[in-house]
Design a protein around this ligand. Structure first.
Ligand code: C5P
Length: 207
């Protein structure tokens, strides 16, 4: 019986997992950046869960102040391009890819080499699109690789989440609820809905 329980805890042994987590910071000048409120907690917890089930787990982590549990290989990155490169390099040898990072969709086209002075009344910064890491995984995955994406939507939550899963060719998409108290950014509890390509839907209640 103990054997059965130990087996259950190591059901992912021999598998390699990669998880992205946290925000990315896109430099405007040497002191300023574009970022978001992601804490990285969801991805860190997922990496921990994968590792404790026996998967060799790599966590590609954007800037965060959270501590990383032992047993996880940590790759610290700052920008979306760095995160993309880190995943791209490792994806081919990965069985499970979980893209939980809140990647900045755009970055400043040019990073000012000096701190921008407040001389102008209006200031425009031209942004350019970042590579989509989940899309890359979806496009390159083989039948044996599992790719999981996340969605955080403010309107038409279910429709947008499913559309994202199909467009990016993810096997599953996890929809975060922003409309529930105690769920969303920086909370220790969350409420999720998981959509699978097969049409199966899992409701994960607030916990
Ligand atoms: O399109 P949207 O950004 O809402 O998609 C969210 C999902 O795509 C998340 O899984 C996120 O980690 C991933 N993503 C990514 N690279 C980007 C943008 C989003 O991997 N540049």
């Amino acid at each position: 019986e103990l054997d059965a329980r130990l087996n259950m805890l190591t059901d992912l042994s021999g598998k390699v997992a990669i998880v992205t987590a946290g925000p990315t910071y896109e430099a405007i000048d040497p002191v300023r950046f574009i970022g978001d409120h992601s804490s990285g907690l969801m991805g860190i917890e997922l990496a921990n869960a994968l590792a404790s089930r026996g998967a060799k787990t790599v966590l590609v982590l954007g800037p965060t102040s959270l501590k990383i549990p032992p047993g996880i290989e940590l790759v610290c990155v700052t920008t979306a391009i760095e995160m993309y490169e880190a995943v791209k390099e490792r994806f081919i040898s990965t069985d499970i890819a979980v893209m939980a990072a809140a990647v900045a969709d755009y970055r400043p086209l040019n990073r000012a080499s000096n701190k921008i002075k407040k001389t102008q009344t209006e200031l425009s910064i031209t942004l350019t699109k970042n590579p989509d890491i989940l899309q890359f995984c979806g496009e390159h995955k083989t039948i044996n690789q599992l790719v999981v994406g996340f969605a955080l939507e403010t309107d038409n939550e279910e429709g947008n989440a499913k559309e994202k899963m199909h467009r990016k060719n993810a096997d599953m998409i996890v929809l975060n609820s922003l409309n529930t108290p105690q769920a969303g950014f920086g909370t220790l509890t969350n409420k999720l809905t998981i959509f699978e390509q097969s049409g199966i839907v899992h409701d994960v209640p607030l916990d």
